[in-house]
Write a protein that binds this ligand. Structure first.
Ligand code: SF4
Length: 710
């Protein structure tokens, strides 16, 4: 029996894994475990997580594309010699920037750290980024700018339970993280749950029957809703002026910009009734601490962040929270709900294009000197910032003059063919490479394009740490051996480093890697220097699971709540920044008159590489679908259950139509867990937020047409 955590989302529900004796039955069995985020609950994905480990097509040996053009089994020596030889040859001929690395938000902290170190010290390439750019970059940019540090939830999730009101923007928590819904019970009982979503999602329905209010804006106009709420707060004298004076800067500019967004103007753009905006603003104000309320939380999710104005929208949410005097007060605050399992830790340890371990900026000379000393290299040998993920993918394989893009790509923990925006163009870029190496546990859609596929261990087969959406550092524990010749990425990186002649040490024991990571993080915003695997184990046995960073050596208790006395800015004050609405990059127009929004379903996770291999989940949701309102269906001749095609400027996708009145009549919804003709990311835009580099997954314009029966 091993006490560990679910491998999927950032809630990191506690679970125990038992390995039955005897050959019959599954390799491991999950039982829920008491943990503060899930309190003994698991969703369907968690309950079935162990069955993924025994997937029939689990990769158990390296594969190399042979002369026949097929992927063929190879020994580790053959595969690694080939990869190292070709990487060395490309770097010698075209320079180190000809090699790129793409990481993932599901990798453990130790793997994310080792990957960034490998790219910068062995490959010496600036070209490294990861799929967290797709899911957390705008929230991170907004929080870093306002607060000086980005920890998704700067407070324990359990704090939500005591609030008088929770404003939830762009998050379908009830499907993506079902056990988290219990933390909304308090605000629902008090009539204070406000959900902002173009769909009446499962989460939006929690606000029915007096439990709160659901606002359904036109897709891409969440920023207008936030500006309207701030306008009412200011116009009706509901702001916490003493707090604003003592703890913020920039209020006057923000107030001036919000003055232009009176409720009726907001209604004209967002479709949200002006009176509803007033109602919500007054509800939030009445629950805020400055007016004697129980407290308010403002929370954002991917629905508002995956936008070309994602950073601006997060900033508007933070401005609203600051106007109400929430951040840095016990029982109130602003937070972003991280999605991927290690989406938080994944952005702290150096696999992000612009960061070094400890969540330090890569162009900060002091950070470079500190990390270089830990790695035993010259700071001047470390490359500078690389390209953010979408830009990196666009540059792959390009050969035009002055645009010599990377010729080799190493992919770890990411299924880009399904999960990247404008996916058809990504496939073309991957196919144009001289060398594509994919580390994966099954033949994912991306692995099937690779020249070399390296089989890797999975969550229940390895030791390590993850960092939850609350910034809580927790232990992942090994329960069983990996099948066949699957190996940890730590071992793979060490073997490649050795073959490439690196003098830098790459330990393969996760506890040793963590010790080094902790030293590298010392003094940074995400300081883990007071932590070790042994410390986490001992603390869990004594007092509870995990510790909240920062955990500097001098503060071994960790920091559950940030900003109580000061923000992490030079003057200790939060920065308010004026923002304005520009609209989505791909707005509706003749020829593409309908908004498309994308999202997840309860039973599947990300690209579906794991959950499509779980029969109990696949049976429940076996194929993609398109939700549309009956009014839209009648108008376009798309009946319930018929095949429907969505066409954008990038491509088309087909699925089964599902009529529902739980969506705006100008909008369709499609989940993104499928590949091929059912892959909605063939249609989404790869336009990005100018500050965060995050792509605009959540809204684009499509034509909706019935597919004629053959
Ligand atoms: Fe796993 Fe997330 Fe479901 Fe919890 S909510 S069981 S962490 S997928």
């Amino acid at each position: 029996m091993a006490d560990t955590h679910c491998p999927y989302c950032a809630l990191q529900c506690g679970m125990s894994l038992a390995v039955p004796s005897g050959a019959a039955g599954p390799a491991a069995v999950v039982s829920p475990r008491e943990f503060p985020t899930n309190r003994g609950g698991l969703c369907q994905k968690g309950w079935t997580a162990a069955s993924v480990l025994g997937a029939p097509d689990r990769l158990t040996t390296p594969l190399v594309r042979g002369a026949s053009g097929e992927l063929e089994p190879a020994s580790w020596d053959e595969a690694l010699d080939l990869v190292a030889g070709r990487l060395a040859a490309l770097a010698a001929e075209h320079g180190p920037q000809s090699v790129a690395v793409f990481g993932g938000g599901g990798l453990t902290n130790e793997k994310a750290y080792a990957l960034g170190k490998f790219a910068r010290t062995v490959l010496r390439t600036p070209n490294i980024d990861y799929n967290g750019r797709f899911c957390m970059a705008s929230a991170a940019a907004g929080m870093n700018r306002a607060f000086g540090v980005d920890r998704g939830l700067p407070f324990p999730l359990e704090d939500l339970g005591g609030a008088g009101a929770v404003l939830l923007l762009g998050s379908n928590l009830a499907e993506t993280m079902p056990p988290a819904v219990q933390h909304l019970a308090g605000s629902r009982e008090r009539g204070g749950l406000v959900v902002v979503d173009p769909r009446r999602s499962v989460t939006a329905r929690l606000a029915d029957d007096g439990a709160g209010i659901h606002l359904a804006p036109v897709p891409g106009t969440d920023l207008v809703v936030l500006l309207g709420l701030l306008h009412v707060i200011l116009a009706e004298g509901l702001a916490d002026l003493p707090y604003l004076g003592a703890r913020t800067t920039g209020f006057e500019d923000v107030a001036r910009s919000a003055a232009a967004w009176w409720p009726e103007r907001c209604e004209g753009v967002s479709g949200v009734p002006a009176d509803d905006l007033r109602r919500v603003a007054r509800l939030l104000a009445s629950a805020s601490p400055s007016r004697g309320g129980r407290g308010v939380y403002v929370l954002t999710g991917r629905g508002v962040e995956q936008s070309t104005q994602g950073t601006a929208t997060v900033t508007a949410a933070i401005n609203l929270a600051l106007a109400l005097g929430l951040p840095g007060r016990v029982g109130s605050g602003y937070g972003a709900i991280t999605g991927q399992g290690n989406g938080q830790g994944g952005r702290e340890h150096g696999q992000k294009a612009d960061q070094l371990p400890g969540y330090r900026k890569i162009d900060d000379p002091a950070a470079r000197a500190h990390v270089a000393a830990v790695w035993g290299v010259d700071p001047d040998s470390l490359p500078g910032p690389g390209k953010p993920a979408v830009e990196l993918l666009r540059s792959l394989g390009r050969r035009s003059e002055g645009d010599d893009g990377p010729r080799a790509l190493l992919v770890h923990g990411s299924n880009l063919v399904v999960s990247a925006p404008n996916a058809t163009s990504v496939v073309e870029r991957l196919q144009s490479l001289d060398l594509l190496v994919v580390c994966d546990f099954v033949p994912s859609e991306t692995a099937l394009l690779a020249d070399v596929v390296l089989p890797v261990t999975q969550w229940a087969e390895e030791e390590g740490t993850m960092t939850s959406l609350e910034g809580r550092v927790i232990r992942r524990r090994k329960a069983l051996e990996a099948p066949g010749e699957a190996r940890s990425e730590l071992w793979i990186l060490a073997e490649l480093a050795r073959r490439l002649g690196s003098a830098v040490a790459f330990p393969t024991d996760p506890a040793v890697v963590f010790e080094e990571l902790a030293r590298a993080s010392a003094g940074g915003p995400a300081d883990y220097s007071g932590l070790s695997h042994a410390r986490l184990d001992a603390d869990e046995a004594e007092s509870g699971p995990g510790l909240f960073w920062p955990v500097p050596a001098g503060n071994p208790a960790g920091t559950p709540r940030l900003f109580l006395e000061r923000f992490a800015t030079p003057d200790g004050r939060a920065r308010m920044v004026a923002v304005d609405h520009a609209g989505p990059s791909d707005d509706v127009r003749p020829g593409a008159p309908v908004h498309l929004v994308t999202g997840r379903v309860l039973q599947h996770y990300q690209s579906g590489a794991q959950t499509h291999r779980v029969a109990d989940l696949e049976r429940l949701v076996p194929e993609p679908y398109v939700e549309l309102h009956p009014v839209l269906g009648f108008r376009l001749g798309v009946t319930d259950g018929a095949r429907v095609r969505l066409t954008s400027a990038r491509g088309w996708v087909e699925a089964t139509a599902r009529w529902t009145d739980a969506i705006r009549p100008d909008t369709v919804f499609m989940p993104f867990h499928w590949s091929g003709s059912g892959s909605v990311n063939r249609v989404t835009t790869d336009a990005t937020d100018p500050i965060s580099g995050m792509p605009e997954f959540k809204v684009c314009a499509v034509d909706v047409t019935p597919v004629p029966l053959e």
